[in-house]
Ligand binder design. Structure first.
Ligand SMILES: Nc1ncnc2c1ncn2[C@@H]1O[C@H](COP(=O)(O)OP(=O)(O)OP(=O)(O)O)[C@@H](O)[C@H]1O
Ligand SMILES: [Mg+2]
Length: 817
């Protein structure tokens, strides 16, 4: 049975009461009394040793260390007289002086098998439990506790119920033993050999790592079946816990093994790479990255963050996706320009020279740009406003930005904002997204390689409305706000980036669609577009040369006469800017280049008449003459985001009942304006209109038209139709009308006047109250036109139709139409 001792130690680690210095005997004995003089014990009495923390079960052998004087005396007496001892569990393990109330009255009678006094004076016993006993009463008169006891007999009858539990307990204990770490292999065999159910229950209870109090309850259940149930339940719980902890252990072990394995493989791979001579792999790469991190000149916080991420990268396997993601991130961090560049002092006269060199005309705008630069020169740290160039396509907004960069010696970068719907496009995606990247602001900074360059926010008017993914304009606000942009935070970078040295310039075709708060941050500079003369100059000075280079031609090989350029401007383009003009010049030069390359000619001089052969028929015929030759047509002037344009208002009539039909994709305001014109016209031709329907049409239907400014043109077209007198072909007009016939002011005068000039108009009729706006129109354009200012519609009739409105009369034959 010796094995049990070892097992118990192995499994429970419970060494029994443990050596405690006893403070005295439980019951009064005469101190120093000679043991030989002890009174003999009554037959049914036993020496008692109280146990602090352990329960001895019958059939179990157990080590026990004792220290209390009474216990030592008891053990010595029992050992020498070969008497059994009654072992009782204390209620309170801490208690040293024991009275009868301090112990359980059910315990185990057992024997001291071995008594050893260690060299340090400690007393160690090996005891063996024999039977359950119940204390009847405590007796006095010995130097140790003595009690009268009765042995509890529990006869074993193997009923089916007990047998079932017995087998189950065997099974469960086998499982428990398997789950235990470092288990003595013999234990399983021993357990299987036990044939008594009660004994098995005691054994298992003894082995279990549960509180002494719980073991005591097992000891106190005398019925075998009840005891088996109790132990089964306790063991069930333990097995569950053991199983869990085994699982956890397995998992960690497995992970550890895998990591270990990976590490070994990686090491091997490195060795192989070394052998093969291509060890330039990850180690060198990391070293390089480390160097970059240290040298990038990041601010303290960012550097700390980067170092931390680098550490993380070093610990990672370089084959995983996370590795490459983190490496890309660190590359982004290191490649961003962090250091402040020394600012080149702004030389205003040099800037002036560069602006003039790059752009013809635009005097007012250049002046405004120079003012802006002057302010920056005087106060480089100050918060200068953000310039915003607004105007039709191809008028030089982007190229002015480039000029400013050149004039100030800064890097130029362009950020296209058109169609940006998502805040993340500006501010980037968080790194947790697959394929995340910084937003386009930070991307542009990296491309520029400088944080004090010129950044052009192109097409800020085409910024998409904020939706589900956040408002891009609010992110832009942060970029443009001098109070905030020193700490711009891109989601991907996750660290602050200082944009305050950046010079921002925005461009837009229209002002209206720029979100209000953004517009407030910017200083708007309008570029209205060019007159024919200006375009001619721009062509001669810039476009021709550029296209020569682009097509590999020498200056002497081809020449375009002014007349030819004018023909290109008037017959092949209709635009406020010069982009299409440049394209047409390009087409012409291409065909010339081909002829020269073929060797058919040495050089070509082109005049207006030669263009037809190269470019085909004119794209924009002079429509005016054709279209306005009949009564019922008037030429209006419109403002569009791509500059001004002319539009024709056509009216015809059909038999009907005085209705007004409107076509040509007119907006609501324009429709109302047509109604007003109709009402006004009725004043002149009243009775005759009841039998006809009037149809007002504004062709070029693809472009939606709206606004009240076509009022005058509509009125004149109606009057012209009804009176049978055509409107002068070289007159264009703009103006809102009131029901009383007053002409009210409108917007976009500059663009409209330029459009009129482009279309070959000689006279422009404007509302009187717009007279002051003519100041904005380039003088050269003003000089080529005649202006008539209208106070009421009768002025318009007099000027455009050459008749006195009072003399208007309905022509009978016109009604018959
Ligand atoms: N005043 C000018 N002098 C010389 N070249 C000019 C002038 N205005 C425009 N250009 C040229 O016309 C071309 C088109 O100009 P740019 O690209 O700047 O147009 P934009 O106003 O930005 O148009 P968009 O609104 O379509 O972007 C450029 O090559 C530019 O150099
Ligand atoms: Mg542009």
């Amino acid at each position: 049975m010796n094995i049990w001792t070892g097992l118990k130690q192995a499994l429970t680690g419970n060494e029994g009461g443990g050596p405690v210095t006893a403070s005295g005997p439980v019951t009064a004995g005469e101190p120093g009394e000679d043991r030989s003089a002890l009174r003999p014990l009554p037959d049914d009495a036993m020496i008692v040793i109280p146990l602090r923390n352990t329960v001895l079960f019958p059939g179990v052998m157990s080590p026990l260390s004792i220290g209390r004087e009474a216990s030592v005396a008891a053990a010595q007496e029992a050992a020498s007289a070969e008497k059994p001892i009654c072992f009782l569990l204390q209620h309170d393990a801490e208690k040293a002086d024991i009275t009868p109330d301090d112990v359980h009255w059910v315990g185990t009678a057992g024997q001291v098998v071995r008594y050893v006094t260690a060299p340090d004076g400690a007393h160690h016993l090996i005891i063996q439990g024999q039977s359950r006993v119940r204390v009847l009463e405590f007796l006095e008169g010995w130097p140790f506790p003595v009690a009268r006891v009765a042995t509890i007999e529990s006869p074993e009858t193997m009923t089916p119920e007990i047998e079932a539990r017995f087998l189950q307990l065997k099974e469960q204990s086998a499982e428990a033993i398997k789950l235990l770490p470092n288990v003595n292999e013999e234990l399983a065999g021993v357990v299987q050999q036990i044939s008594s159910p009660g004994l098995l229950a005691d054994m298992v209870a003894n082995l279990m790592d549960v509180k002494a109090e719980e073991k005591q309850t097992v000891l106190e259940s005398f019925d075998a079946r009840q005891r088996l149930d109790m132990v089964l339940e306790m063991l069930g719980k333990r097995v569950e816990v053991l199983r869990l902890s085994r699982e956890i252990g397995d998992k960690t072990r497995k992970e550890f093994d895998e990591r270990q394995r990976e590490h070994v493989l990686r090491e091997q791979m490195r060795q192989i790479q070394k052998e093969l001579g291509d060890d330039d792999g990850s180690a060198a790469e990391l070293e390089e990255l480390k160097k970059c991190v240290e040298e990038a000149g990041m601010p303290e916080d960012t550097l700390k963050h980067a170092r931390k991420e680098l550490k993380r990268l070093e610990r990672m396997s370089d084959s995983g996706g996370e590795y490459s993601m983190l490496r890309t991130y660190l590359e982004w961090l290191t490649e961003l320009p962090w250091k402040a560049q020394p600012q080149q002092a702004i030389d205003l006269s040099e800037a002036r020279r560069i602006l003039d060199e790059d752009h013809y005309g635009l005097e007012k705008i250049k002046r405004r740009i120079l003012e802006y630069l002057a302010v920056r020169k005087l106060n480089p740290e100050g918060k200068s406003p953000i310039l915003c160039f607004v105007g039709p396509p191809g008028v030089g907004k982007t190229s002015l930005g480039q000029s400013i960069a050149r004039a100030t010696g800064r890097e130029f970068q362009r950020v296209a904002l058109g169609g940006t719907h998502d805040e993340a496009e500006i501010r980037g995606h968080r790194r947790t997204y697959i394929g995340a990247l910084p937003g386009n602001i930070i991307q542009a900074v990296r491309r520029a390689g400088s944080r004090s360059g010129v950044m052009m926010l192109d097409e800020i008017d085409k910024l998409g409305a904020g939706g589900f993914h956040g408002d891009p304009s609010s992110a832009l606000l942060e970029v443009l706000d001098p109070e905030q942009n020193a700490k711009f935070r891109d989601n991907y970078l996750g660290v602050d980036y200082d944009l305050s040295q950046m010079m921002f310039i925005a461009t837009a075709n229209v002002l209206d669609t720029i979100p209000g708060p953004l517009r407030d941050r910017m200083e708007v500079i309008q570029l209205p577009g060019y007159t024919e003369e200006e375009k001619l100059e721009i062509s001669r000075r810039y476009l021709l040369k550029r296209q020569l280079d682009a097509n590999g031609l020498e200056a002497g090989q081809v020449s375009l006469s002014d007349e030819a350029i004018r023909e290109l401007i008037a017959g092949y383009t209709r635009e406020a800017g010069v982009r299409n003009l440049e394209r047409e010049i390009g087409s012409v030069f291409r065909s010339v280049a081909m002829r020269i390359a073929e060797g058919s000619v040495e050089s070509v001089a082109l005049d207006a008449g030669d263009l037809h052969a190269i470019l085909g028929a004119r794209k924009f015929e002079n429509e005016l003459a054709q279209r306005t030759s009949m009564p019922g047509v008037a030429t209006g002037l419109a403002w569009t985001p791509v500059g001004g344009d002319i539009l024709f208002v056509e009216v015809s009539k059909v038999p009907g009942s005085g209705k007004l039909i409107l076509t040509g994709q007119l907006g609501d305001v324009m429709k109302e304006s047509a109604q007003a014109a109709m009402t006004l016209a009725k004043g002149y031709f009243d009775e005759a209109l009841e039998k006809v329907d009037l149809h007002v049409h504004v062709p070029a239907g693809a472009t939606p038209k709206d606004g009240p400014s076509a009022g005058v043109a509509m009125f004149l077209a109606l009057v012209s139709l009804l009176s049978g007198k055509p409107v002068r072909a070289d007159v264009a007009m703009t103006g809102e009308i009131s029901l009383r016939g007053l002409v009210l002011p409108i917007g976009g005068v500059k663009e409209k006047v330029l459009a009129a000039l482009r279309a070959g108009i000689k006279t422009v009729m404007l509302p009187k109250r717009n007279e002051k706006d003519l100041e904005d129109v380039p003088e050269e354009a003003r000089n080529q036109l005649e202006f008539v200012f209208l106070e009421n519609v009768e002025d318009a009739v007099a000027c455009a139709m050459g008749v006195d409105p009072g003399g208007l009369s309905m022509q009978e034959d016109r009604l018959a139409a």
